[in-house]
Design a protein around this ligand. Structure first.
Ligand SMILES: Nc1nc2c(ncn2[C@@H]2O[C@H](COP(=O)(O)OP(=O)(O)OP(=O)(O)O)[C@@H](O)[C@H]2O)c(=O)[nH]1
Ligand SMILES: [Mg+2]
Length: 243
């Protein structure tokens, strides 16, 4: 029997993209479930998804005190209840077509499939350089702790087996970076070092509609995911930035 799959999508005020995303995924993958993990958006996201009346698509309104992109994704993985989970942003920067490639990889028997960008320059040199530097820094941290590394550690497009990662998430709940953005880093940090990892290449796009929510906080929270020295670097970063 083919594996069941839920697409977990963190959202905050994505009313300009959310319906297009739900319809686009449904059109490509009639059997996949969709879970929008919404952090109490102040726009009409909830109403728009309810109006779709699609039994396999739901919007989960999260507890305001638990707000966080990573927290949303991790909660979605724990609650999805299907064989596989996949995560994708709601702004079409990740092409939904890549989910099909990742599904094929999951069906071949891997534990984790990482969507890997072939054009990391797409967001400009500064963000590429920042992402590259972080990738190297986090790789060193993971290798030092005997963990696995991947080509595109900063990717938000990932798929995994729920029977592998739900216990990982539940057992390490307190150590996970809930306010952060880099869920993959925590899955590798706490996941088994013998997991079978595969990749699916994709072309990174520009946000379709609406505003980006990214902030300097992503630097601090990613440092915080890398042990005591990482936390020290995070504090230094805050001091330098004056934030
Ligand atoms: N649940 C939840 N989702 C969020 C939050 N912040 C952002 N998101 C969603 O996470 C996804 C990625 O956020 P973006 O704002 O596009 O950030 P980004 O893709 O890292 O940065 P850009 O390249 O500038 O777009 C989108 O689907 C957002 O709606 C949050 O606090 N909570
Ligand atoms: Mg984006």
């Amino acid at each position: 029997m083919p594996g069941t799959c839920t697409i977990v999508i963190p959202t905050y005020n994505e009313e300009k993209n959310i319906v297009n995303m739900a319809k686009y995924i449904r059109n490509l993958y009639p059997d996949f479930r969709i879970m929008f993990m919404d952090d109490n958006s102040t726009d009409s996201s909830k109403r728009l998804i309810e109006e779709l009346n699609d039994p396999k698509t739901r919007l989960v309104t999260r507890r305001p005190e638990d707000r966080g992109l990573a927290a949303s994704v991790l909660q979605g993985i724990v609650e999805c209840g299907t064989d596989y989970f996949m995560t994708i942003d709601c702004d079409f920067q990740h092409p939904p077509e890549a989910l099909g490639d990742m599904y094929k990889e999951m069906e071949k028997g891997c534990d984790l499939c990482v969507g890997t960008r072939v054009d990391r320059f797409a967001l400009g040199f500064v963000r590429w350089a920042g992402s590259w530097a972080f990738n190297v820094y986090c790789d060193l941290y993971l290798l030092y702790h005997g963990k696995r590394i991947v080509e595109d550690l900063m990717s938000g497009l990932i798929a995994g087996r729920t029977d592998v990662f739900v216990p990982v998430i539940k057992d390490n709940w307190k150590g996970l970076e809930m306010k952060g953005w880099k869920v993959l880093l925590d899955l590798l940090k706490f996941g088994p070092s013998d997991m079978k990892i595969s990749t699916a290449k994709y072309r990174f796009g520009k946000r379709a509609e609406g505003e980006s929510h990214i902030s300097g906080n992503v630097v601090l929270t990613t440092f915080n995911q890398c042990g005591r020295f990482g936390k020290f670097c995070g504090k230094l970063y805050v001091k330098i930035r004056g934030a």
